[in-house]
Design a protein around this ligand. Sequence first.
Ligand code: SF4
Ligand code: SF4
Length: 400
Amino acid sequence: MARKTIVYWAPPTEIAALPNTAQNMVTNNLVKTRFIADKILDNIKKGDKVGLKVHVGEAHNTHYLRPDYVREVVKAIKFKRGIPTLIETQGRGSNVEKIEINNDYTICVGHRKSAAAHMEIAQLHGYSESVIGAPLRFIDGEEGIDRKIVKIDGIDLKEVSVATGLFDYDKLVVISHFKGHPFAGFGGALKQLGLGCVTKHNKHLAHFGSMFSVNSDICNSSKCNQECIKACSVGAINMNGKSAVINESICYGCFRCLQKCPIEKAIIRPTWNNIKKFVERFVDNAKAALSFGPEKIRYINFAFDIPAKCDCVSNASVPVIPDLGIFSSIDPVSVDKACVDMETDAPGLPFLNNNGEWSKPLGRGVEKFKALMPIVDTSLQFEAAVKNKIGSIEYELIKI
Ligand code: SF4
Ligand code: SF4
C-alpha cells in the first residue's frame, strides 16, 4: 500500500512552556510558525535562493495573512543560510476601478493589477522588507505579463503562461492563507500555485472561456480610428482588410480594446467560465507551475482568521470558523485537504447574513464554505488535482 503524505499540524492551543506573560494567541502562533518552518524546510541549503510565494491581500481587505507569520518563515530560512525573497504576481485586474459610495467618498478596487499599485498595498499591509526581512518581487513583471510558456497535458489546457521569474529560484515555499473563495470554494496551496504563479493571460483564461476576439462582420475600420490597436499595449491587434484581428495567444485580457472601440459588439466580450471549468483550469495552471520541480517546493497553510470570502476581495466579512492552526506538507493537495477536512469538522461561528443579521453558527460535520455559498464545491479542486496527478488526498496528520 502506498504511504500517505505527511501533513504537519500545529494547533492554535497555548504552549504550556511559554511564560504566563507570553501566553497569548499571537506569540503562541509565531512560535508555532517557527516549529513548523524548522520541520518542513529541511530541503533548504546554504546559499539557496528561496522564493516565498505570498498574497498581500486586496485593498480594504482585513483578513489577509498577517506579515508577522511570514517573517518567522523568513527567519527560519535565514537561519539555514538561505536567501529569501517574497514573490507575488499581479492580480487579474478589473475594468471597474472606482465605486462611488456617495458624492464625496469614492473607493478604488482592483488595486493589484500593476506593480506600482500592488506595491502600495503590500507596504500598507506590512509586506515590506523592513517588516518581514526579505524584499518583495513581482515575478510576472510590471504589468503581469512576463511569462514562460509551459506545455502540459492538462484537463482542459495544453499550455500555460507561468510567471517567468518563478524559475529564478532554487527552492520555493508556498505560503497560503486558508479561507473560503466565492468561486474556488476555498483558497489554499493549489490556488496559490494555479492563480498566484501564472501571468494575467492564464488568470484570465481561468475566469473566462476565451481571450478577446473581433466580430469581423461588425468591425469596420473605415468608421473608427483603430482605437483598439492604439489601446493594446502588447501589440496583439492587427488589421486584416477592414477588420481588426486579435492574436489570442498574446492578448492578456486587459479589457482596454473593448473600452475604447466605438462600435458596439465589434469586440467580443468573453463569457465567464462556470465553477467547474474555473477550477479545472486553475488546477491545470498549478500543474504547469509545478514544472518548477515538485521536490523543491514546500507548502505552509495558515488557517487563522477564516472568512468565507478570499483575500482577493475588499470586503471578506467575518470569520466563519475558529482558527484551525498551521498546516504544512510537501504535497499541495494533502495540505489543502487536511485544512478542508478540519474546517468541516470544526464548529461554526455566528456569521452575518446578507441582511446584516447574525445567523446561527453552522455545526460540526458541515462543509461551511459550501453551506454559505451554495454555488461552490470544495471537492472540485481535489478531483481536478488527482486527475492531473499533482498530489494525494490521502494524508497522515502529525500534530507538533
Ligand atoms: S475593433 Fe473597433 S476600434 Fe478596432 S478596428 Fe474594429 S471597429 Fe475599429
Ligand atoms: S484585451 Fe484587447 S487591448 Fe487588452 S491585451 Fe487583449 S487585445 Fe490587447
